[in-house]
Design a protein around this ligand. Structure first.
Ligand code: ZN
Length: 121
């Protein structure tokens, strides 16, 4: 499945660029920054998020069902992978949102505020 190109912001050098991402093992969108070679990771697309969510639901239901029958079942590797993917996805989404919130103009403003605060000594 081909992914649509996206407007990415590199967390390393803060440059904006457009590229077609590739899927990582867990389905995250990865693309290399053309300016500093850093690999930029973007969140899961909707289909993958739904897939992990549904997977997790079934795992939880299965666990609860086992416990109800008195079986001491543990979450299996698939459930742990789904939790990992969803937690990581949330972190990536927050990071991307933060990067996108700090447009170049705003970052200059923040930096000048920090400098004026630091220069009081
Ligand atoms: Zn970069």
């Amino acid at each position: 499945m081909n992914l649509a190109s996206l407007n990415a912001i590199c967390p390393g050098c803060r440059s904006h660029f457009n590229g077609v991402p590739r899927r990582s093992f867990f389905g995250f969108q990865k693309l290399p920054c053309p300016h500093c070679d850093e690999t930029v990771v973007y969140p899961l697309t909707g289909g993958y998020r739904t897939f992990y969510g549904v997977l997790l639901c079934f795992m939880v239901l299965g666990l609860v069902g086992s416990w109800a029958q008195g079986v001491a079942a543990m979450p299996n590797a698939l459930a742990i992978a789904a939790i990992y993917a969803l937690v990581r996805n949330e972190r990536i989404r927050q990071r991307v949102a933060r990067l996108e919130a700090t447009s170049p103009d705003e970052r200059v403003a923040v930096r000048s505020v920090v400098q004026s605060q630091g220069g009081e000594s």
